[in-house]
Design a protein. Structure first.
Length: 380
């Protein structure tokens, strides 16, 4: 057996230390939340309110939602607009029957369970990559805020885990991911490039079934109202009302620096096209694990609206790249991007730009993928 190179041993020690510290922080936070159930300004306030809102045709009206939530939560001075497509409401009616405390507990544990299962499926039961997923600062934000990232991440990672052996089940997962459509923005490119026709068919049928079911159970007019609400969401996004400091997209970073909306949109479009090109280029020219790593990283760079908690999927990309003879500089860059959400919540938030290192990471992973042997089938 060849001795382990010193640099490799050092990298493993650093990885172990980072994961241990992050896992401890996340574990303590989870126990504290479940024990104390603090009433903080968490995004879950919005998810708990949405299925209680009435009249339903006003759900995309920001003023109506603000009045409703401030009446529902005494002392609450902000509000959480409903920005999801109408079929998202099909997944939340059970929240009406539970108190806030019980609902938040069930929501958190269900999301963690689904996300863990998806990670174990993608990495074939290997525990270190799954620990990296659960210990990430992005996962910590998801825990604290009660966001949907664990559920969306579970559908995305779970579908990618199933794609080659259970293509129909993968398509069902991807179809359900349309409940948060921006997380699957580049998936069609990967599926088309790999000619995954059964998965594409299952995804289209699942998404169509969700739309038809929502039209049967909810006012169909909601779909028109949702589309009409998107420009207002964009205006709020660029005005800074969408917490630009914790957004990770190129457009958000540029607006945070004072760039004009026109420049932000132009750069976001260029980055999106570049990310799409990376996915298409690597989808069939490299082994599956690296193609997935490129897709996950590109997804975060390409989508126009993404927050730090959406980066829960990024550790999967880093773990897949780490096993592919990844150069030291790319590992260091991956570590910086992995830990970046912590800085975004610190006094350094105004100086923290997530998109530039993310773009460099995508470029590095793409180059790594194109150097890998073609036709390899290892998932990792």
């Amino acid at each position: 057996m060849m001795p382990t190179p010193p640099t490799t041993g050092l990298h493993r020690m650093a990885l172990t230390a980072v994961l241990t510290l992050c896992a401890t922080l996340n574990g303590v936070t989870l126990v504290w939340m479940l024990a104390k159930q603090p009433h903080i300004n968490a995004d879950f306030l919005g998810f708990w309110a949405y299925p209680r809102f009435s009249p339903l045709l006003e759900i995309y009206n920001p003023d109506a939602m603000m009045r409703f939530q401030q009446a529902l939560y005494p002392g609450f001075k902000s509000y959480y607009p409903f920005t999801y497509p109408p079929d998202f409401l099909l997944a939340t009616p059970w929240l009406r029957d539970l108190s806030y405390t019980t609902a938040k507990t069930v929501w958190t544990l269900a999301g963690l369970t689904a996300f863990t299962a998806a990670g174990l499926g993608l990495f074939k039961g290997r525990t270190v990559p799954v620990l990296a997923l659960l210990a990430s600062p992005a996962a910590l934000l998801t825990l604290v805020l009660g966001q949907t990232s664990f559920f969306a991440g579970a559908l995305l990672l779970g579908g990618l885990a199933l794609l080659r052996e259970r293509p129909v089940l993968a398509g069902i997962a991807f179809g359900l991911l349309t409940l948060k459509p921006q997380m699957g923005l580049l998936l069609p490119l990967l599926l088309l490039a790999r000619c995954e026709w059964r998965t594409i068919a299952a995804a289209v049928l699942t998404a169509g079934a969700l739309v038809m079911l929502s039209c049967a159970l909810l006012p169909p007019e909601l779909w028109r109202l949702w589309v009409q609400s998107l420009p207002q969401i964009q205006r709020d996004y660029f005005s800074g009302g969408a917490n630009l400091n914790v957004m990770i997209t190129p457009a958000a970073n540029l607006r945070h620096l004072g760039a004009s909306p026109a420049l932000a949109i132009a750069v976001q479009t260029i980055c999106g096209l570049g990310a799409a090109g990376a996915v298409v280029t690597t989808a069939r020219r490299t082994e599956y694990g690296l193609a997935v790593a490129v897709l996950l990283t590109a997804t975060l760079l390409a989508q126009p609206h993404a927050y730090a908690y959406d980066a829960v999927i990024l550790p999967a990309a880093l773990a897949l790249g780490w096993r592919a003879n990844c150069p030291a500089w790319l590992k260091v860059l991956g570590g910086i991007v992995y830990l970046a959400p912590l800085a975004m919540l610190s006094p350094l938030a105004s100086w923290c730009l997530y998109a530039p290192p993310l773009a460099l990471l995508l470029a590095g992973l793409t180059a790594l993928a194109l150097k890998a042997p073609r036709g390899a089938n290892s998932p990792a």
